[in-house]
Design a protein around this ligand. Structure first.
Ligand SMILES: NC(=O)c1ccc[n+]([C@@H]2O[C@H](COP(=O)([O-])OP(=O)(O)OC[C@H]3O[C@@H](n4cnc5c(N)ncnc54)[C@H](OP(=O)(O)O)[C@@H]3O)[C@@H](O)[C@H]2O)c1
Length: 342
């Protein structure tokens, strides 16, 4: 009975979803902006999703600036992106530069790196804010220093870089594209992510407000909501993740940084406000659209017609998350009792 119900629900959701995706890709094909010869600046471009975005941009003929802290990793990333350029235009066609800057550091350093980047490669056409990190920990164990660092890098880093780039984009008057990297954890608060979810949710509201401001200037804003993505940052995050967070996250599967980056660049070029991969990402962004910007009529249609059914499906997810937490809680109590009696 439950099986038939779930099958019916999926039929109601998946079929309209696939139909909409088909229609969307058909009608949006001609609308897409091109990156050929344009300057793309990627923060966090030395690793993971940021590096894949840089490679994707280079494969579309863009000039690429990478921003991160560690110089060795930046050098390695530069070589990797140059490899993509060489395949496109032959050896020696270097259109890649990097700047070592701490985005949680001094504003003057960030501003001067962007100025220098623009002086050598021209005005930034697309800014992709990818620098960031996640740490999951039980609420009362999170040190204040970690909360500050999460906010400084994920929120303030994106805020400062974007302020510098948008100022220049407005002066140029040729439009542009700004991408923020939030997380599915920025849409739904999950066990262990009290600090991280707060930082990534703040990025969403920053993007929504900015979208309203820059639209008249022909500047688009996109928020990317990566699911769990196989990257060095994700491996680092997993080292200290509570078991509950890990089991809950597993519900949405694991993606590659190339999948996320390709979709991010495509969505940004189409001027879409949200960028996701996978069914859970589509469901979450549809369900959490609220009063967010409407970037295309198909997404609006999806939000109007699918929100109710998605809310019902979300109840199943929340129920299973709650069961995971209860089960792990019972295990911990049993373990504590055992140690007490030993
Ligand atoms: N992977 C996932 O599962 C996942 C899921 C949801 C959202 N995200 C988000 O996606 C973005 C990229 O994640 P990722 O997994 O690709 O991470 P990653 O592999 O660790 O890459 C992070 C990049 O950001 C740079 N960075 C970190 N702190 C910085 C700082 N203070 N100043 C300048 N650069 C800094 C790093 O270089 P340096 O360390 O050398 O500075 C690196 O280039 C992050 O915002 C993350 O929160 C990731």
């Amino acid at each position: 009975m439950v099986f038939v119900f779930v099958l019916g629900l999926l039929g109601c959701v998946l079929l309209p979803y696939l139909l909409m995706r088909l229609l969307w890709s058909h009608f949006s094909a001609g609308k897409q902006q091109q990156l050929n010869g344009k300057h793309v600046l990627v923060t966090g471009g030395s690793s993971g999703i940021g590096l894949s975005v840089a490679r994707e941009a280079a494969s579309r003929g863009a000039k690429v600036t990478l921003v991160a802290r560690n110089v060795d990793r930046l050098l390695e990333a530069k070589r990797a992106v140059e490899g993509v350029c060489a395949k496109l235009e032959g050896e020696g066609s270097s259109k890649v530069q990097f700047f070592s800057v701490d985005l949680a550091g001094r504003r003057e350093h960030i501003a001067s790196a962007i100025k220098e980047a623009e002086a050598s490669m021209g005005p930034v056409y697309m800014l992709v804010n990818c620098a960031g990190f996640a740490r999951a920990q039980v609420f009362e164990d999170i040190p204040q220093s970690l909360v500050k660092e999460l906010l400084d890098v994920n929120l303030m880093g994106s805020f400062t870089v974007t302020q510098e780039v948008v100022r220049s984009m407005k002066q140029q008057g040729k439009g542009g594209a700004v991408v923020f990297t939030s997380s599915q954890g920025g849409l739904v608060g999950l066990y262990g992510f009290t600090a991280y979810s707060a930082a990534k949710a703040a990025v969403v509201k920053l993007a929504e407000a900015l979208h309203m401001e820059v639209k008249p200037h022909g500047i688009t804003v996109t928020v990317c909501y990566p699911p769990d993505t196989q990257t060095p940052g994700f491996q680092e995050e997993n080292k200290t993740k509570p078991i509950e967070t890990r089991l809950i996250s597993e519900a949405a599967g694991l993606f590659t940084s190339e999948q996320v980056a390709k979709k991010l660049v495509e969505d940004a070029l189409q001027g879409k406000f949200t960028s996701t991969v996978g069914f859970e990402g589509f469901m979450l962004t549809t369900l959490c659209a609220g009063m967010g910007p409407i970037s295309d009529s198909l997404s609006l249609l999806a939000q109007v017609f699918l929100s109710g059914i998605f809310r019902l499906i979300s109840a199943f997810y929340l129920w299973s998350f709650s069961n995971i937490i209860k089960r792990e809680h019972r295990k911990k109590i049993a373990a504590a009792m055992r140690t007490k009696t030993e």
